[in-house]
Design a binder for this molecule. Structure first.
Ligand SMILES: Nc1ncnc2c1ncn2[C@@H]1O[C@H](COP(=O)(O)OP(=O)(O)OP(=O)(O)O)[C@@H](O)[C@H]1O
Ligand SMILES: [Mg+2]
Length: 305
């Protein structure tokens, strides 16, 4: 069974560099596949060997019939319950195989018959929110049909070097979140189905797992996937912004320098830190960290190479 890892610390404390070293080791020494959700497109500079996954050449299927798909869209686009209900209803009615593009789905939403006043307003709002998906080149990121076979997804992930998903190429933050959320979901589902071990590095995890706007199916994933040999490495500047599950479900923690009082409080509680270690945390150098894992008794101060 895999363990999840949490890497946290203030900006510039060395989180991404630490994660890149872990990625390299897991891939080269353990021969386990590694996928990096590279929020800021920086791992190409941190790693010597990698395979780039360009989102624009890897469109993801939006609706597979899994109710969690709607839940992902709903959290990212902040759909209200009536808007979410309407989307569900429309998707039950429409024959997605007959629609050629997301534009066609938007037309379908626009022309969907209104049964009441609330529906009219929700429909307009839903249409407006979804229309983000056809702006810029974003329609290349998503597709309505042709699910990728599990085998193809798994074999598309390189086993000899870390796979870097170049999310920074997507300018709009919500579209980036949506793409990343669906990528995570599709890849986890495929690897569970094929029983292939996988490690996923989630940079800037507050975009997926924040207390204020968590993507529900991804929170559940954090609790469930370990038993399927999928390990998550969750990275965030602020442990305090993350849902509690991110702290509870990661048994290994690498805490780089933490400066904010709120974050220090959460760290102190989560790791049962001794006072003398806690008081040095704001002052340690980039690359230094407190390391806590179940196989060692007490958290220790370490220096990443
Ligand atoms: N192990 C290390 N040893 C020496 N210097 C390091 C180490 N790790 C990081 N640094 C220095 O700190 C800088 C910031 O590192 P990094 O980008 O990994 O931080 P970060 O915590 O990911 O920051 P951000 O929150 O902005 O993403 C690096 O450019 C490097 O100069
Ligand atoms: Mg970083």
């Amino acid at each position: 069974m895999y363990r999840h890892v949490l890497i946290t610390g203030t900006t510039g404390s060395g989180k991404s560099r630490t994660a890149s070293i872990i990625a390299k080791r897991i891939s080269e020494e353990l021969n386990i596949r590694v996928v990096i959700l590279d929020w800021h497109s920086e791992y190409m500079y941190l790693l010597n060997r990698y395979k780039v996954v360009d989102p624009y050449s890897n469109p993801l299927q939006l609706f597979t019939g899994d109710p969690n798909d709607i839940s992902v869209i709903s959290s990212v686009m902040e759909l209200t319950p009536p808007q979410e209900y309407l989307l569900e209803k429309i998707l039950r009615r429409v024959n997605l195989d007959k629609l050629r593009s997301i534009d066609a789905l938007l037309d379908y939403v626009e022309n969907y018959p209104e049964e009441s006043n609330w529906m009219k307003e929700s429909k307009l709002a839903l249409h407006r929110k979804l229309s983000l998906l056809v702006r810029e080149k974003y329609n290349l990121l998503f597709k309505l049909q042709s699910p990728e076979p599990v085998k193809k997804i798994v074999s598309g992930v390189s086993s000899s070097e870390p796979n870097v998903v170049d999310l920074g190429k997507i300018p709009d933050i919500n579209v980036r979140k949506l793409y990343a959320g669906f990528f995570l979901k599709r890849i986890v589902d495929a690897f569970i189905a094929s029983r292939t071990p996988l490690v996923i590095i989630i940079e800037e995890a507050q975009n997926y797992l924040s207390r204020s706007q968590a993507i529900k199916p991804l929170c559940e994933m954090l609790r469930e996937v370990r038993k399927f040999n999928i390990g998550l490495i969750v990275i965030s500047q602020s442990i305090n912004q993350l849902i509690e599950d991110a702290t509870l479900n990661t048994n290994t923690k690498i805490i780089h320098s933490v400066k904010s009082r709120e974050d220090l409080e959460v760290v102190a509680k989560a790791l049962y830190l001794e006072y003398n270690i806690l008081t040095t945390l704001p002052y340690i150098e980039p690359g230094e960290a407190v390391y806590s894992t179940p196989t060692i008794k007490k958290p220790v101060l370490i220096k990443i190479e």
